[in-house]
Design a protein around this ligand. Structure first.
Ligand code: SAM
Ligand code: SF4
Length: 332
């Protein structure tokens, strides 16, 4: 690593260092979680617009030269992308990338857990909102048993930690939080609760089921003694541990207690657009530059310029209608 590389950093207008990229490798998905993507949704990016493996590798390499050390692959559902394992191998080989992780719905994980681990994924997050197969079908249109098999395969493959992300919704699954804690404790998973966000029409409709995680935490505290804890990984979750166990529980509270002042990330969508904030529309198109043959140096300059667009904070509460894209388009 050269001295120049160690010194470069991406600092935004508000003094925050951007050192984490969420990489969406597809906007497609094999589920239809009602708070994310409409059942009938078919308007996906054309394959000609997808960044290919070489283009993604170039952009991520440029980010690592500018101080990024962590990348999380997401989507849409990343496991629906056929060249994912090869892409993971290429990214894992980038010398300055220290942490490569994946978010998945786990529908295809039974088959891909071991190949992805061998290719270089270090940590894995799985979305799971319920342990009730009928409810799972209602929320996602998919089959719970596939997810459970995928999770067990991830455990078998040696991923550590495995984090379960549960979007908590009043009147839908909020009564299941204790059951989910028990499930995660039994399997050694870390559990993270997430508040619904008004992203796109789907996310806005889901706000009817919004529940502040402060209430969920209070509910847990009646049953367990919770000790504040930390978890490496650069995320916004605030963690507690259940006393006398290793089970950690994280609370991701974009609505009730936002964490924008410590935001360290940007998102690259499958079509090569950099999104500066989940809850705002500031963006920068990299694909045209990549396809015009931009140099590595100019690519780094373009990324630095893009970071100047990063807004101070989201406005989910003040302007809940302003983000029309679904979470699956930007990569959650
Ligand atoms: N398909 C993968 C998955 O489900 O884990 C990765 C992409 S998904 C968009 C990433 C995360 O966004 C999931 O944990 C999902 O629950 C969350 N998500 C989607 N729409 C949301 C919304 N409106 N509010 C809060 N979280 C949302
Ligand atoms: Fe697909 Fe993930 Fe969105 Fe569910 S949350 S529809 S699994 S992208």
């Amino acid at each position: 690593m050269t001295k120049e590389h160690t010194q470069k950093k991406l600092i935004d207008r508000f003094g925050r260092q951007v050192e984490y990229v969420r990489l969406s490798v597809t906007d497609r998905c094999d589920l239809r979680c009602f708070y994310c993507m409409p059942k009938s949704h078919k308007e996906f990016q054309a394959p000609a617009h997808w960044l290919d493996t070489g283009e993604i590798e170039r952009v991520i390499r440029a980010f690592t030269t500018l101080g990024t050390r962590r990348v999380r692959i997401t989507g849409g559902e990343p496991l629906t992308r056929h060249d994912l394992t090869g892409l993971v191998q290429r990214l894992a080989a980038l010398p300055m990338l220290e942490d490569l992780s994946l978010s998945t719905n786990a529908i295809r994980l039974e088959k891909f857990a071991t190949p992805l681990r061998q290719a270089g994924i270090q940590r894995i997050n799985v979305s799971l909102d319920t342990l009730d197969a009928v409810k799972f079908k209602q929320i996602t249109q998919g089959k719970l048993d596939k997810v459970i098999r995928g999770l067990m395969a991830a455990k078998e493959a040696g991923f550590q930690p495995i984090k379960i992300n549960m979007v908590v919704m009043q009147g839908i699954n909020d009564h299941e939080v204790l059951e989910m804690v028990d499930f995660c404790a039994e399997h050694g998973f870390t559990l993270r609760f997430i508040e619904t966000m008004p992203m796109g029409e789907t996310g806005r409709n889901a706000q009817n089921h919004y529940i502040s995680l402060h209430r969920i935490k209070a509910r847990l505290a009646r049953r367990y003694t919770l000790i504040p804890d930390i978890m490496p990984g650069g995320g916004p979750a605030r963690y507690v541990r259940i006393t006398g166990t290793d089970t950690k529980i994280g609370f991701i509270t974009p609505i009730s207690q936002h964490f924008c002042d410590t935001c360290n990330r940007v998102r690259l969508s499958v079509d090569g657009t950099l999104y500066m904030c989940l809850g705002q529309n500031h963006r920068f198109a990299l694909r045209p530059l990549l396809r015009q043959g931009i140099s590595d140096e100019a690519l780094q300059q373009a990324i630095t310029q893009a970071i100047d667009l990063k807004p101070e904070r989201h406005e989910f509460t003040e302007k809940p209608s302003q983000v029309v894209r679904f979470m699956s388009m930007t990569g959650g």
